[in-house]
Design a protein around this ligand. Sequence first.
Ligand code: ADP
Ligand code: MG
Length: 667
Amino acid sequence: MSSGSTRETALISLRDVRKRYVNGDVAVDVLRGISLDIHAGEFVAIMGASGSGKSTLMHILGCLDKPSAGQYLFNGEDVATLDADQLAWLRREAFGFVFQSYHLIAAGSATENVEVPAVYAGMGRTERHARARALLSQLGLADRLDHRPNQLSGGQQQRVSIARALMNGGHIILADEPTGALDTHSGAEVMTLLGDLAREGHTVILITHDQSVAAHADRVIEISDGEIISDAPSSSQSVTEQAVAADESVSQRALPVLSARATHPPVSFIPEALEACSMALRSLRSNLFRTLLTLLGVVIGVGSVVAMLAIGEGARASVLERISAMGTNLLVVRPGFEGFGRRSADGEMATLTVEDALALSGLPNIIASVPENTSSATARAAGRDTSTRVNATSADYPLLRNWQPEQGIFFGPDDERRYAAVAVIGQTVARSLFGQASPLGEFLLLNNVPFQVIGVMSEQGATAWGDDADDVVFVPLSTGSLRLSGQRHLRSVTVAVADVTQMDMTEAAVADLLRERHGVEDFRIRNMAAIVETASAAQNTLTILLGSIAAISLLVGGIGVMNIMLVSVTERTREIGVRMATGARTRNILQQFLVEAVVVSAIGGIVGVLIGVGVAAVIGALVMPVQFSVPIMVLAFACAAGTGLIFGFAPALKAARLDPVVALSAE
Ligand code: ADP
Ligand code: MG
């Protein structure tokens, strides 16, 4: 006899529900046509021997599993028509599960465990926290709020799980062997609690194999081999009295109505993501060592990229700076190929003349055309001597190189015309010959020819080729040719171009003019801008190389993240089951694991950037110049986080697609 089958629509109504498991060729019929009605406020025990199909039935009642055949009406509505999210909603709002083995999340405190269903219901943090604490206190756990499951006794853990079942209201408490793992005393306490809840108006469905436990209920449904063999009021209880008491409370209790889904406020994305973040941090903290190892791959990847690029950029910048210091608007003309032109006495090509330099200065778009004739010489003064480089050039030289005297003056056109025996010396020569004394006005001997020092150039440092730019003596070209080399041919003519965008045209004009004057192409023109480009291109190749190393290390890091997330999903399968049973949507589970993967990778990214910057800073302070690039750091970090997103997706999807029943029964 079914109690109250004549009353209003049953809360739960099963019609000929069957469940068949097929393993290969073997089909097992676990439920074989179960029909029953359970009304709001009832306290029902489902009793049967082990293996009779009780848990299977409970999973179907709690919408964790679907029947193979038959109909399940919840509050008059066919559950088969609900999609996954609606079923999650029903589990969240209507049911509260209490399991034999408690199924608490090991990484969470008692309070956090109780809060789980409310998280998925979108309840605010403070409200949730307060409610969880209040429930735990009511159940006598006020002094165990922050204990983890392994710090609680079995009875206490079961009370935590009852609190969790009540968190979202717990209209229907589904308890599967709730006392099965408890000692007699704790078991009795739990049964008292369930009885109290039933009296308060909760519908309680208790599953047990134990006659004495079942006796606490108002109605006992006995199943055997997947069939109901009896359904009767409990002998030890006064049913009428209980039913009336229950009905009164139930009338005040808002029952979950499926149509209420429409009015349920949608959970906004930001708090949900924050919640997922803090859950992720919690679970990562509980596996700190493993998390650190996983981080390592990403940290090394990001760190080495940031450090290498800072060093590479530093090197590139200093090379480019040196090249640019020589002037990117310069065309350098030198004597040309072997076999062409006249040779001078010392075997040098002797095709460029001062007249060529003069002619070039007449071309359009040219600031200056400076002839240079360098040779080595011994400079002697004040009893000291040094071997140095003599550059016989024109008065425009400082203009060309943007390099001015620090003391005195550079020689002028007059000095050139008069064949003046004057010299302007570099800092290195000044130091070697004169020490701390001022060289101005002093005489020095260049290959035994006396020159008067009229200027000292400012400090220049090393050239792009690593020579000492300050180890030089400048003399007028005319004087140099006459008194030093006796040659009128030039080592080079350097042309400064006014408009750099016209560089190529000017270079062509220079070449045309020289060809015209010489009749043959016995010269070479080097374009400084082209050298800068070449240097840049070489550096870009380096950057691409470093970038590939970055990509590879991030790939390796990403595989590490994926690996560890897969392990994490496997390890936490039961937790996933619990979350699903407490109402997590597929999306929540997906999001949780995805956020965990991204959080691991992002932390790895941040640590990597910091370590990379640190290493580069040390190298910058001790070894060579480095240059930090914020966009590179941001990019490296974003790549790390993105790696987490990409490589975390497969594990997260695996978790989200787990079947709740399979997940719950995982080891
Ligand atoms: P109870 O909870 O009453 O002890 P269950 O509902 O857990 O029983 O299981 C009933 C029967 O169904 C058992 O014989 C069990 O072996 C079988 N069974 C449960 N789950 C599966 C499954 N996934 N595949 C095959 N058989 C199953
Ligand atoms: Mg069971």
